[in-house]
Design a protein around this ligand. Structure first.
Ligand code: C2E
Ligand code: MG
Ligand code: MG
Ligand code: MG
Length: 279
């Protein structure tokens, strides 16, 4: 009997796997055309000052407006884009588009100090990121000091030495480097020494249970203290309640981001939130 159920399980597992593989191939095939079909779009999530709650900047988050599937979350297609290398042309589009948009807001007199763009591991292979960043800044006329790049530990570890050189060169232009999802990897402390970050983002997993879980609170506080010791600013991610915001501010966190302030928003809605916007 055990054998029979084991077999059933095996069949089920197989079917699941096939289904997943098929779906994945489908996503891959469709993602290849998403850019040229104008299905990719950028959303912007406010990042606010932790003390005054005034808007300082935003994170740029990619969305796929699929004709049948609706709005596809990056959790579903970014991993496929990374494995297939499609993230390189897509990431290039994101950065150039985001810089252009940010400069539009600036010239319209809308107060926004920075935009923050996510960068993945594949984009850090070789040295092409340097010329991409330089080009995106030049063509948009966005000042380098208004651009931040978010990197995760996962994106830095596969090619640490190249990544360090590439990022130092970009940082020398005046672009700020941000450690994203801090604390979720395995060697966060040593990589703070190798890379010079201007900002560290406390991952939402620590913020979520911070008020109930003393361990998560300790990690949040230690991250803030350590970031400041490195002369870096700190952002609390995934802030959903006023109490989380107050507690992070009390710990000395500099900036906050989360549904409490706003979800990621498409362009027209986001720019209506910007200070300086009339009407
Ligand atoms: P991330 O860079 O850590 O981005 C933060 C994620 O947290 C976003 O998910 C955002 O919508 C979500 N979030 C914001 N506030 C809250 C909150 O209060 N509660 C909760 N539970 N979540 C919140 P999103 O937009 O689904 O993006 C997921 C991930 O996809 C990002 O994580 C990033 O790693 C990746 N990603 C998004 N856009 C890009 C891109 O243009 N390029 C690359 N390489 N990766 C991207
Ligand atoms: Mg990010
Ligand atoms: Mg993050
Ligand atoms: Mg994340």
């Amino acid at each position: 009997q055990a054998k029979a159920s084991g077999k059933a399980c095996y069949h089920f597992y197989n079917r699941e796997m096939n289904l997943r593989a098929t779906r994945r191939l489908e996503i891959e095939r469709e993602l290849r055309h998403a850019l040229e079909r104008n299905q990719l779009t950028l959303y912007y999530q406010p990042i606010v000052n932790a003390v005054t709650a005034t808007l300082e900047g935003c994170e740029v988050l990619l969305r796929w407006q699929h004709p049948d599937r609706g709005l596809v979350s990056p959790a579903h297609f970014i991993p496929v884009a990374e494995e297939t290398g499609l993230i390189v042309p897509i990431g290039e589009w994101v950065l150039r588009q985001a810089c252009k948009q940010a400069q539009k807001w600036r010239t319209a007199g809308l107060g926004l100090n920075f935009i923050s763009v996510n960068i993945s591991a594949n984009q850090l292979r070789g040295h092409s990121l340097v010329s991409l960043v330089r080009g995106a800044l030049e063509e948009s006329q966005l000042p380098p000091g208004a651009l931040e790049l978010e990197l995760t530990e996962g994106s830095l570890l596969p090619n640490t030495l190249t990544a360090r050189d590439v990022l130092e060169e970009i940082r020398a232009m005046g672009v700020r480097l941000v450690a994203d999802d801090f604390g979720t990897g395995y060697s966060s402390l040593s990589y703070l020494k190798i890379f010079r970050f201007d900002k560290i983002k406390i991952d939402c997993q620590f913020v979520r249970d911070m008020l109930e879980d003393a361990g998560d609170a300790a990690i949040a506080r230690a991250t803030i203290a350590m970031a400041h010791a490195f002369d870096a600013k700190v952002v609390g991610e995934g802030v959903e309640t006023p109490r989380q915001a107050e507690e992070l501010a009390r710990y000395g966190c500099d900036q906050l981001q989360g549904y409490l302030f706003d979800k990621p928003l498409p362009e027209p809605e986001f720019s209506q939130r910007l200070p300086g916007q009339r009407g």
